[in-house]
Design a protein around this ligand. Structure first.
Ligand code: IMP
Length: 420
């Protein structure tokens, strides 16, 4: 099995951008298969931060082809800007570097308006206001428009379709539609054939998830979730390929937990402790800049993510942020108001919100080094934390990241992902 799916195991923001960047070095093709520009994948190269919302993170490696599959929502304005940025940086010097599915649905300004971008809607969900919910609504109710429509239909016909769900004042102009069409046309082709051919040629394909398990529309903390699937099985649907092509899944988790938006979060810290972890970890949203709520690692959530997605490896990010804490806690069960304990998440958000964490404490890790060459470079307490996570979740940790830059990670299972 040569291919690999990479997903977030928490509520998004696990550091997928960095890990996908590391794995992309060994990949030939990198595929985005879900979500839209609500995702913000942060990549740090030579100290320079680049945040991509739609462009697959593999774009930073010049040997890769990057695919945006049918399951992704494309905001043509955002993708046009990212294409221009990549061209400026010399990252998009030939057309084969990016392949966009004509079946991907489009997100327009009117979707953002419906998502409350003008501040006139009650954002009870704390959405990113990128129009994601309304655009998936249109997709499912069969009033949406896709990349293939943008490239082939008369502009008046496109606007007529948009008017079914939008005000005239929110519609794109001819010049905008023309610019988006001109930008996307050279990259648009049948991604299914592209991926099947790449697979038949023995190329290594990396499927890059967006958001995280806890935000999955079915499996997450509904209704405080995003509008698409974040589980690895969706990689096949959202990329338009047979599930048998997927290979193993690696899930990414921070060494602690964060969440943006609203919804249950049993291990959330309060007041000063929350503030302290947020500042140590730089926990502000890549897409919206919003402060992320911070808390201890939730192994109940992680174990559930493994049960549903079947991931066989974990990447642990931001271990360095837990340096010098007197005590590091990890949640191994939820406690109900009546004192009973559960190790599987409840079915409703109300019940979820009533739970408190049962913790196992770990001793001070000391200063976690910014560079590690072996697990022995970590303190005994940090090593026992890692072994405990592996034991509870039941899979090995194959990558430990101790900083945002390329190279600030230890890859423990070296031979599991090598380009041929
Ligand atoms: P939406 O996806 O913009 O509709 O937002 C729905 C929920 O998902 C909100 O709680 C968002 O904060 C959250 N969300 C969406 N995308 C991300 C992400 O990339 N990272 C973290 N949270 C996200």
């Amino acid at each position: 099995m040569t291919n690999l799916v990479c997903i977030g195991a928490q509520w998004g923001d696990e550091g997928k951008g960095k890990i996908v960047d590391v794995l992309s070095e060994q990949s030939d093709v990198v595929v985005r298969f879900s979500g839209g520009c609500n995702a913000g994948h942060t990549l740090v190269l030579n100290g320079e931060k680049t945040i991509m919302h739609l462009m697959p993170s593999g774009i930073l490696w010049k040997h890769t082809s990057n695919v945006i599959g049918p399951g992704v929502l494309i905001d043509p304005k955002v993708l046009t800007e990212e294409i221009a940025l990549c061209k400026d940086k010399g990252l998009l010097d030939n057309q084969d570097r990016l392949v966009v599915s004509p079946l991907a649905h489009l997100v327009f300004w009117h979707h953002r308006v419906r998502d409350g971008v003008q501040g006139d809607e009650d954002n009870w969900l704390g959405s990113t206001k990128r129009g994601i919910g309304p655009a998936y609504e249109d997709k499912v109710s069969r009033t949406g428009l896709r990349v293939g429509d943008l490239l082939s239909k008369d502009f008046n016909a496109l606007r007529k379709q948009m008017k079914l769900v939008a005000n005239d004042s929110h519609l794109p102009s001819d010049s905008e539609l023309q610019m988006w069409r001109d930008t996307l046309a050279p990259y648009t082709k049948d991604t299914t054939s592209f991926l099947l051919n790449a697979n038949a040629d023995g190329k290594k394909i990396l499927f890059e998830g967006a958001q995280g398990f806890g935000l999955d529309i079915d499996q997450g903390t509904y209704p405080f979730v995003t509008s698409s699937h974040c589980v690895s099985a969706y990689a096949a649907v959202g990329a338009g390929i047979p599930h048998t092509m997927l290979g193993e899944t690696i899930a990414i988790t921070k060494a602690y937990t964060t969440r943006v938006g609203t919804g249950p979060f049993p291990t959330r810290l309060n007041g000063v402790e929350d503030e302290c972890l947020r500042h140590k970890g730089g926990e502000f949203g890549a897409t919206t800049g919003r402060p992320r709520a911070c808390g201890w690692l939730d192994l109940v959530q992680l174990r559930r993510a493994r049960m549903v997605t079947g991931f066989s490896k974990l990447a642990l990010t931001k271990l360095d942020v837990l340096s010098n804490y007197d005590v590091v806690n990890v949640c191994v069960a939820y406690v109900r108001p009546d004192g009973s304990q559960i190790v599987n998440p409840p079915a409703t958000a109300e019940e979820y919100s009533s739970l408190t964490p049962f913790y196992v404490p770990f001793k001070n890790f000391g200063e976690v080094p910014q560079q590690i060459n072996s697990i022995a470079d970590l303190s005994a307490a940090a090593q026992s934390y890692i072994r405990f996570i592996e034991g509870y979740v039941g899979v090995p940790i194959s990558i430990i990241s101790v900083g945002p830059e390329r190279g600030q990670e230890l890859i423990l299972l070296e031979n599991t992902w090598q380009r041929s």
